[in-house]
Design a protein around this ligand. Sequence first.
Ligand SMILES: N[C@@H](CCC(=O)N[C@@H](CSCc1ccc([N+](=O)[O-])cc1)C(=O)NCC(=O)O)C(=O)O
Length: 215
Amino acid sequence: MTITITAFERSPDGGKGLARGMRVRWALEEVGQPYEVRLLSFKAMREQGHLALQPFGQIPTYEEGDLVLFETGAIIFHIAERHAGLLPREANARARAIMWMFAALSTVEPPIVEHFVAGFVERDKSWHRERLEIVDERIRKRLGELSQRLGEGEWLDGAFSAGDLLMISVLQRIKSSGILDEYANLAAYVARGEARPAYRRAFADQLAVFKAASN
Ligand SMILES: N[C@@H](CCC(=O)N[C@@H](CSCc1ccc([N+](=O)[O-])cc1)C(=O)NCC(=O)O)C(=O)O
């Protein structure tokens, strides 16, 4: 059955692959599953047709036959459950890879999202700089702990998994701030993920969408 995901018609990240649809593209490329993309404008994301799929008016969504999913982590877990390549078969290793999926989204990503919220909607507040410094220290705490745990490891726990896909995607968003480069092993970890053929195919496809929308 055809897999259809939704993505930004014109991503605000300028084709840098930082929006969450890229994570689903990457996962589908890792497991070798073809997919269609329904591109949505911000207006379309607020219309009933999309809200019926995604009550919060966001992307990505995932449709396959009569299954409709939203929430990037759940979509990637579904893909990893149905197709080999993103979760180990051995039960304990699989459980640890799923643990890292949650760690990426629930422990490492929140302060990084806060950094961008501060940058987008709080820039004109008198306390903006002070709050951003507090948020950035929270990011550094988590990245320091992750850096310590990863050490010289290639991936977080044995073979590349959906946990690495999500963790690398989360870390990519903080690259532009310069904070990621304070942790050499994490910067190298992200670069390893970006060098994967599946990542490069997904990145090229989302960049082509942005370029087409910009013409
Ligand atoms: N928890 C949901 C969150 C989905 C989500 O945040 N979607 C965003 C796009 S990815 C988040 C994002 C947006 C932009 C950039 N960027 O760099 O420009 C990066 C990431 C969205 O639809 N936003 C529109 C809206 O909320 O109205 C999930 O993980 O699927």
